[in-house]
Design a protein around this ligand. Structure first.
Ligand code: AMP
Length: 130
């Protein structure tokens, strides 16, 4: 599974076309929704790596963390607050991990900025596979 994600990340890249996450936000692709407001959307990852694994995404189609602009400062803070709120809603009372993968070396496979929120079991550190 991790190897599969690595393989995807080798060929994935930003595109001028709508991302799969924009299609999810617009309701063109179904998802298990966790949260929505005017700036952010959260839904369960289709390939969960833990008992709870959801993604928090901006509605603004920012491709990746390395492409953010200083004008995105408020939005980026908002995404963290949404992650925290949703983690409580999902019952992650014992803690959780928030991950942002950036670019090929970061193993990013979908070029629409997203926070992974992962929990519901004891996680290890450092992450296996680096
Ligand atoms: P990343 O590798 O950080 O770009 O993560 C992309 C994540 O999006 C992966 O964990 C995928 O399992 C997840 N994903 C891809 N397509 C969908 C989908 N249609 N619904 C929910 N999650 C998805």
């Amino acid at each position: 599974m991790a190897e599969n994600e690595q393989a995807k990340a080798q060929t994935a890249s930003p595109s001028a076309e709508e991302s799969i996450f924009t299609k999810i936000i617009n309701g063109q692709i179904p998802c298990k929704k966790v949260y929505e407001d005017d700036q952010a959307f959260a839904f369960h990852d289709i390939n969960a790596t833990a008992p709870v694994h959801f993604l928090v995404v901006p509605k603004k189609p920012i491709t990746q963390l390395s492409a953010v602009d200083p004008s995105d400062e408020q939005l980026l803070g908002h995404l963290m607050l949404v992650a925290s709120k949703c983690a409580k809603q999902e019952g992650l009372d014992e803690g959780y991990r928030v991950v942002v993968n950036d670019g090929k070396h970061g193993c990013q496979s979908v070029y629409h900025l997203h926070l992974h929120v992962i929990g519901g079991k004891q996680l290890g550190w450092p992450p296996t596979g680096n």
